[in-house]
Design a protein around this ligand. Sequence first.
Ligand code: FAD
Ligand code: DLZ
Ligand code: SF4
Length: 503
Amino acid sequence: VTRLVLVLGDQLSESLSALKEADKSADIVVMAEVAEEATYVQHHPKKIAFIFAAMRKFAARLREGGWDVSYTQLDDTENAGSIPGELLRRAEDTGASEVIATQPGEWRLIQTLEDMPLKLTMKPDTRFVSSQDEFDTWAEGRKALRMEYFYRDMRRKTGLLMDGDAPEGGKWNYDSENRKPAPDDIAFSGPMQFTPDDTVEEVLDLVESRFGNSFGTLRPFWFATDQTQARRALTHFITYALPRFGDFQDAMMNDNRFLYHALISPYLNVGLLDPIEVCQAAEDAYKDGHAPLNAVEGFIRQIIGWREYVRGIYFREGPDYPRRNALNHQRKLPDFYWTGDTDMNCMSKAITQTADEAYAHHIQRLMVTGNFALLAGINPHEVHEWYLRVYIDAFEWVEAPNVVGMSQFADGGIIASKPYVSSGAYINRMSDYCKSCRYKVNDKTGKDACPFNTLYWHFLDRHSENFAKNQRMSTIYANWKRMDEDRKQTILSEAEAFLDGLS
Ligand code: FAD
Ligand code: DLZ
Ligand code: SF4
């Protein structure tokens, strides 16, 4: 009997568990561009174009490999508009009554599939180093779920950068060498860019007509959209950027949007690249003497450490996770998150870059737009929806833990041991943004004072019950306590005035 094999837009890997479970000679692969997935949040047009183009090319590849693929384009007249709708339609057409799927990366879609009136076999997503059972076993009974310890287990499991039982070079983590400020110049011309082929052009036209008014610019579009291109982009990064990736990982620059970053998260997240393949390529660069240990270890940690860890947390914590609001932050997201229209140069640069590229690197996301939202007390669910919409690599399993947990502390400290907040001094140290800002980063009060400076103390003061006893924050609270009372009041009232101006 024929079964339907569901392949979602972020499941574009031939090693997919649903495909492995299926019978090429009897079963039918179902892939569908549907309004529901394209609009459950109003995604950046580049994100929709990337997914549709990669889906179309993957379908062609499966057909070449002998699969029978039923593919629905967004503008097909028969399109049922949702994944379950499309499965039901194909079931009616073919007489199939059973669906094989790989677990989606979002609770919403898992629930939708489970509610379908068709027999469902949901296989785990095996495109990760750690299974959910393995993560849950690791987490069980631990007081704190710190990424670092999980990461060490993943190093042992994969053998990456291991010297027998010991970590290569004697240390597990070389992050202390990875915090150099913005350099004067960047010797990397940026990620490999691809000229749109006919498939991509066709998708760009479709997306322009259907989603052209969403936040963000569609063209120029240069992302890789198939495995061969994604592998070329990876090789380009390893050859030209990886050696310096570590040093300037946390730096930010007015005139350089990519620095030494890889821009491979979209490819990893939709399945065009495999995490182990990526890490092995980086490890080879270290073994060949091409890239230093601090760069390679830092890069591998992001992938087998952070990426795997946040996924484990998302599925362990359950569907309510994106709604958590431990600090009870209720302010609306300011309009300038959609326009970049603010005098704060760091914010304006990070937001306009996001609109243009559907990309910002980790420190821009964490210490600029995320930091500001946390300091200003923006509702974390609104912040979550913003990140889910605007970044090309945003899928809930990876986005929500990074935003709700790491960046907004809205999970009450499951991921972060203290809130990621900073005054303007951190941004000034790591970037050249402050030099061309209308605010003065060294002014702590007054009309030119950097808003991050006053908001920083306002945050600490209003949450002293939550954080004053946190050992890692004791020095900072001691500084606040010692400050002259009048000065404290000036800082707090200037912060209040700024916050009032946001609404
Ligand atoms: P590089 O800096 O070159 O790093 C290499 C790879 O490591 C990335 O491609 C990515 O796969 C992985 N990685 C690094 N950090 C993380 C992390 N914290 N969590 C998971 N994987 C990581 N990443 C996403 O893939 N999707 C998201 O929606 C997303 N949202 C984020 C929101 C916030 C507030 C923050 C602070 C981080 C978020 N990240 C997200 C993590 C990180 O910012 C991106 O993975 C990274 O910027 C992607 O760019 P890159 O490929 O150039 O990464
Ligand atoms: C993000 C996305 C978009 C924009 N469109 C589609 C689509 O039309 N068809 C599809 O199968 N998948 C799409 N996706 C990816 C899904 O939303 C994704 O699989 C879930 O959010 C789970 O990660
Ligand atoms: Fe951002 Fe403050 Fe620096 Fe301006 S002075 S760029 S607002 S940190």
